[in-house]
Design a protein around this ligand. Structure first.
Ligand SMILES: [Fe+2]
Length: 481
């Protein structure tokens, strides 16, 4: 197994600032293409992420926090068409008209003495974009999500995921199960007894099936989850949420989170049919994202990216906040690709580190979601600065051989989450990775297209945008003719 130790270098020369700039709507245009797009690559890549960080002289506290802007990259017959458009949430429209922030968002308090009282955080629809149930949806972790026109990117209106209390506390990440094509969505909410979690299944036939509510053993923060046909899997990391200052309007939601390594992690496995929950103890590890999980016999396997601490996010000078002030801040421990193997028969859990490389934004071939996967695709810290927000490379970890296939775009290029686009009629992992780049020397963003099984060969094509685009979180490729 390939294990390399990558030093945590200070990103003194890393051009962080362009990642958090404000964006604007762009009508469709045909960007220039370096190289040649594969003839069989046809469809649309949608991406979502924050695009408005400043208003009225105030800046969001972290780079994770801003109004959602949807990107659309259509690929057909070797040509590309690009556009982007803000999600027209009521918050976005009212704040744009006022020229200032009016409401708190999840990491940032709003100006004014009373604006932050109670659970007054507004949704920004700025984390994920999914085509599910025939609708393109932009989601974040405050309800509601919004339906987006897949061609024009116009905001159609709010959507309901069918979670309790009008989707309150919904998770931005959903999970599509490859075997059935069903989708799972989840929410956490506060009750008198603490924190509860709900899961709802959207069947391909239009049905919606709720799993009985599960009481969480701790007050924490969850961003992602994993799923198989039988189970939903949550990594309850060693984080405590103390809501008092949030409810009094004295702190943002994220400022009420604290890293408590003594708690350790708990892997929560929920039976989707009955709501029966099992817990497995694990070492403390912050987790944003799960690549995939699957079951083999009594073993439940969960591949995810975990950090030995939450230094990059929690704390007054954490990297993801310091970026907004032009500083590197505290990077903390790097995110490493890890695996939990939970034995459903014995109740034991084995925790492994699969590769000692700084990585984020993991996924597997979506045709194997909830089933055994081979390659895990990730943004990789590359050979330069290894801050959590500044990856320069794309990598694939082969779980069969323990090897890493990697391509580094160089220290002046930021590489975001790779999105898998399957080759028509191709087998497992046969496809392309679409990677959004920020080419700082060109002062513009781009999309690289790589063969998902030969990343080390470098891009087959690079689609050069004419503008910069801020940090974009997540995307989905919708194949088409
Ligand atoms: Fe995410």
């Amino acid at each position: 197994m390939s294990v390399r130790t990558r030093p945590r270098q200070g990103p003194a020369n890393a051009p962080f600032a362009p990642l958090g700039h404000d964006a604007c709507d762009l009508p469709p245009y045909a960007p220039r293409i370096r190289g040649r797009l594969p003839a069989g690559l046809s469809g649309v890549l949608y991406r979502n992420g924050p695009g408005q960080f400043t208003r009225g002289g105030r800046t969001k506290r972290t780079i994770l926090d801003g109004d959602g802007i949807i990107q659309r990259l259509a690929l057909h017959n070797g040509a590309a068409t690009y556009s982007r458009r803000f999600v027209q949430t009521p918050k976005f429209q009212a704040e744009a008209a006022a020229g200032r922030f009016l409401w708190p968002s999840w990491t940032t308090t709003a100006p004014g003495l009373t604006a932050n009282l109670g659970q007054n955080v507004q949704g920004q629809a700025g984390v994920t974009v999914y085509q599910a149930g025939g609708k393109l949806m932009a989601l974040d972790e405050v309800a509601p999500g919004f339906e987006i026109d897949p061609d024009t990117l116009a905001t159609v209106g709010p959507v309901s995921l069918g979670l309790p209390q009008s989707d309150a506390g919904m998770k931005a990440h959903g999970r599509r199960l490859a075997a059935t094509g069903d989708w799972l969505f989840a929410s956490t909410r506060l009750g008198r007894a603490g924190m509860q979690i709900d899961v709802v299944r959207h069947g391909r036939d239009g049905s919606r099936t709720a799993t009985p509510t599960v009481q969480l053993p701790r007050m924490t923060y969850l961003h992602d989850f994993g799923a198989t046909e039988r189970h939903a899997v949550f990594i309850l990391h060693a984080v405590h949420f103390a809501p008092l200052k949030f409810l009094l309007g004295l702190s943002s939601f994220s400022q009420c989170l604290s890293w408590k390594p003594a708690l350790g992690n708990v892997l929560l496995v929920i039976d989707l049919a009955t709501g029966a929950a099992r817990t497995f103890e694990a070492p403390p590890s912050w987790c944003w994202h799960i690549a995939n999980c699957f079951e083999q016999g009594n073993a439940l396997v969960v591949d995810f990216i975990g950090y030995d601490d939450a230094g990059h996010f929690l704390g007054p000078n954490a990297e993801l906040a310091a970026i907004m002030r032009g500083h590197a801040g505290v990077q903390g421990a790097p995110g490493l690709l890890r695996r939990y193997v939970a034995d459903l028969a014995t109740g034991r859990l084995e925790a492994q580190v699969l590769a000692d490389d700084a990585v984020e934004f993991c996924s597997a071939d979506p045709r194997h979601a909830g089933a055994p996967h081979r390659r895990i695709f990730m943004a990789h810290g590359g050979s330069g600065a290894a801050g959590v927000a500044w990856q320069t490379a794309v990598a694939a970890f082969d779980t069969a051989t323990g090897t890493l296939d990697c391509f580094d775009f160089g220290p002046t290029t930021h590489a975001g989450e790779p999105v898998f686009a399957a080759k028509p009629c191709g087998g497992q992992d046969e496809g392309y990775l679409l990677v959004q780049l920020l080419e700082t020397e060109r002062a513009a963003s781009a999309f690289a297209v790589l063969d998902a099984q030969c990343l080390g060969d470098g891009p087959l094509a690079v689609i050069e945008l004419e503008q910069r685009h801020p940090l974009s979180f997540h995307g989905m490729f919708v194949p088409g003719s």
